[in-house]
Design a protein around this ligand. Structure first.
Ligand code: SAM
Ligand code: DTB
Ligand code: SF4
Length: 340
């Protein structure tokens, strides 16, 4: 006898929507946690293996000295955070780190640069790095700031799989965090990246003093893009001494779990990444985030300038939770060594 909803002709998982209202998202976010988690985990299981986590490794290829004023960021030249301004790394240095990431089991290698926007000669150098990383059989991702017309095409040509560019928060809270570029600037870069055929990695930060409505509005903007981002990083603010946000209150872990679960429901096919902030999170919080639908992490002992959990700590967490590293690589071979 057919009893489930699909068999009765009612698909419990209709095609992903792009028309969510703010009120609907707030209602999802605020519902009793068990109901929210159940719905998020059901959506997750419909689209993904619930025990598989995608591993991305980050490398800061150009550290510090950034002219922008993002209030959370230790790399802005405006704040005294102790982060030195460095030149762009050489291609050889980058490829050495990419080899290590591959040997550790990462499937994606993300290169970040503390730029407002890259110059054309920077694009040439980064293109060489992308081609080299791709040749190693890793997925490639870069985050270089705002891109001008024509630049995404050159990155795509070099073999770029993903471009990370975060909206960070809601449009209305945004002005409290950044004054040197507009929300629309960010949307324009995202649109150019998408038009060049590059996968979009776009998310935000929680714990900057924003309200639940701001978190819902950020998720609404992401979920109402013509195509959902393929990756959605959810960062928890890392409170770096010297930045204007250093004195923010600690983020309530339950709010993080709610944000992850809501992102999973709104963008069921996206990789939702539990991003910055994991060193300060308990194992239980991370486990709840994985249950809520997070299926990607930054793997490696450093983010850009701040610490990320030790390899051994993540390996033990994965073992205890019965999680595996995903070996899916959209564009190449699987990693040579699997640590999990
Ligand atoms: N400069 C480029 C840009 O802003 O697009 C690329 C690098 S930037 C550091 C990438 C992202 O890292 C930011 O958009 C923000 O979401 C995140 N981030 C930076 N500092 C952070 C912090 N202290 N805590 C959490 N996330 C942070
Ligand atoms: C993203 O969403 N988070 C990463 C990556 N994209 C580039 C960066 C987190 C940075 C945390 C602070 C730091 O280490 O400087
Ligand atoms: Fe610069 Fe990016 Fe940091 Fe903003 S987030 S200050 S643009 S490095």
């Amino acid at each position: 006898m057919f009893t489930n909803a699909t068999a009765r002709g009612v698909d419990p998982f209709p095609a992903p929507r792009h028309d969510w209202s703010l009120a609907e998202i707030i209602a999802l976010y605020r519902q009793p946690l068990n109901d929210l988690l159940h719905r998020a985990q059901s959506a997750h299981r419909h689209c993904f293996d619930p025990n598989e986590i995608q591993l991305s490794t980050l490398l800061n290829i150009k550290s510090g000295g950034c002219p922008e004023d993002c209030a959370y960021c230790p790399q802005s030249v405006r704040y005294k955070t102790g982060v030195e301004s460095e030149e762009l790394m050489s291609c050889e240095q980058v490829l050495e780190q990419a080899q290590r990431a591959k040997a550790s089991g990462a499937s994606r290698f993300c290169m970040g640069a503390a730029w407002r926007s890259p110059k054309d000669k920077d694009i040439d150098k980064v293109a060489e790095m992308i081609a080299g990383v791709k040749h190693l059989g890793l997925e490639t991702c870069v985050t270089l700031g705002m891109l001008r017309p024509g630049q995404p095409e050159r990155l795509k040509h070099a073999g770029l799989d993903y471009y990370n560019h975060n909206l960070d928060t809601s449009e209305s809270f945004y002005g409290r965090i950044i004054s040197t570029r507009t929300y629309q600037d960010r949307l324009d870069t995202l649109q150019r990246v998408r038009a060049a055929g590059i996968n979009v990695c776009c998310g935000g930060i929680i714990g900057m003093g924003e309200s639940v409505d701001d978190r819902a509005a950020l998720l609404q903007t992401l979920a109402c893009l013509p195509q959902h981002p393929e990756s959605v990083p959810i960062n928890t603010l890392v409170r770096v001494t010297g930045t204007p946000l250093a004195g923010q209150q600690e983020t309530d872990p339950i709010e993080l779990v709610r944000t992850v679960a809501t992102a999973r429901i709104l963008m069921p096919r996206a990789y939702v990444r539990l991003s910055a902030g994991r060193t300060e999170m308990s194992d239980a919080t991370q486990a709840l985030c994985f249950y809520a639908g997070a299926n990607s992490i930054f793997y490696g002992e450093k983010l850009l300038t701040t610490d990320n959990p030790q390899f051994s700590k993540d390996q033990s967490l994965f073992e205890r939770l019965g999680l595996r590293a995903s070996t899916d690589i959209a564009s190449g071979e699987t990693p040579a060594v699997q640590n999990f």
